[in-house]
Write a protein that binds this ligand. Structure first.
Ligand code: ADP
Ligand code: MG
Length: 345
């Protein structure tokens, strides 16, 4: 009976990110990561989900008129709760390998941005319940990131985590399984992509899409200019604004670093403000422990060096930074020690 019961549980932890949703199944670990993107078809004014995740991201910016692709969490808040709910349902079904047919519904732990309002928290909780969860627990993103990065969150030692996602940057100072302080700002990887788009438009009169901008960032993006010369280059294609024709230019690393300077500085400022507001005793711990970076944005070349120079504190990028939030949320399903990190209903 017991094994049947276990089989029927399938508890999951979800990192509902603005760019990517990462899903963890109890006893299995991370089972998949997919873009938080939904493609909707509009038929006579009624919206129908056409694709979710990887399949939907392929359609971004290339859809016919009756299909729209949206990122329901884009700016770190739920821009579209109905679509977010469909997306959550899809991912839970996928984690279970098909429609759920279990004796009891699963427990779902889901991460939420620390800046989410009570209304947004309730909306996410309801969406997960509607998706068939028996029990829904919320965990704040910086807390999940800190657990996933292996920081000593249960101890009376302050540690700081900086999670740079697509839509938001979350800074948390954690001690004794609580957030002593958190700051959330709507700047992250998306703002970096937008900065590249406007740089190319301003300097070359060339319009490029978000996908192209992200590719440039991943290929040659850096938080600082290359030490000598202009560094590596990449070819960029788009539409020439003046002639209205396809066009192509070559960008180098120094130019991309210049384009990225503003969002990078904004993120550094969020961290600085958080440090200024950290209680003295905890700040003293942070000097020892340093700052841990998580989230996809922490993978930008030299970002850790820039943050280290700006704060004078040791900075490390967590191992597998894009998995930390899901791993941390998952740990709360596996280990009683971390239950205290979950938010009361
Ligand atoms: P979220 O939690 O908001 O879903 P993620 O932590 O998944 O975000 O990070 C996604 C962001 O990280 C995207 O903006 C993506 O372009 C960016 N990113 C991923 N890898 C890199 C990299 N190597 N360099 C710079 N940015 C990166
Ligand atoms: Mg995230």
């Amino acid at each position: 009976m017991r094994s049947l019961f276990n089989f029927s549980s399938r508890d999951v932890a979800i990192d509902l990110g603005t760019a990517n949703t990462v899903v963890y199944v109890r006893g299995q670990g991370i089972v998949f990561s997919e873009p938080s993107v939904v493609a909707l078809e509009v038929v006579q004014g009624v919206r129908k989900v056409r694709a979710v995740g990887d399949d939907a991201k392929l359609m971004l910016g290339k859809t016919p008129e009756n299909i729209r692709t949206i990122r329901p969490l884009r700016a770190g808040v739920i821009a579209d709760i109905e679509v977010a709910e469909e997306m959550i349902k899809h991912f839970i079904r996928k984690a279970h390998g098909g429609p759920s047919r279990f004796l009891r519904g699963p427990e779902v732990v889901i991460s939420i941005p620390s800046g989410a309002t009570n209304v947004e928290r309730r909306a996410i909780r309801d969406a997960v319940s509607n998706a068939g969860a028996d029990r829904v627990s919320l965990i704040e993103e910086p807390m999940a990131a800190a657990i996933g990065a292996g920081l000593p969150v249960a101890e009376p030692v302050g540690s700081m985590v900086v999670d740079i996602g697509g839509g938001t940057t979350e800074v948390g100072v954690i001690s004794l399984q609580g957030l002593a302080l958190c700051r959330s700002a709507r700047v992250g990887g998306d703002k970096m992509d937008e900065a590249i788009i406007s740089y190319v438009r301003r300097n070359y009169n060339l319009l490029i899409g978000e996908g192209t901008a992200e590719r440039i960032k991943l290929e040659i993006g850096s938080a600082v200019r290359p030490p000598e010369g202009n560094g590596k280059t990449t070819l960029v294609r788009g539409r020439d604004v003046g002639r209205g024709m396809p066009g192509e230019v070559e960008l180098n690393q120094a130019q991309v670093a210049e384009a990225l300077a503003e969002p990078v500085n904004q993120i550094v400022e969020v961290v600085r403000t958080a440090l200024e507001h950290t209680q003295p005793e905890i700040a003293a711990d942070v000097i020892d422990q340093g700052i841990t970076m998580t989230g996809g944005g922490s993978l930008l070349r030299e970002f850790d060096t820039v943050l280290q120079d700006a704060t004078g504190l040791p900075v490390i990028v967590a191992e597998d930074p894009m998995s930390c939030v899901a791993l941390g949320a998952g740990r709360t399903l596996e280990d009683q020690v971390y239950r205290g990190a979950l938010m009361a209903a």
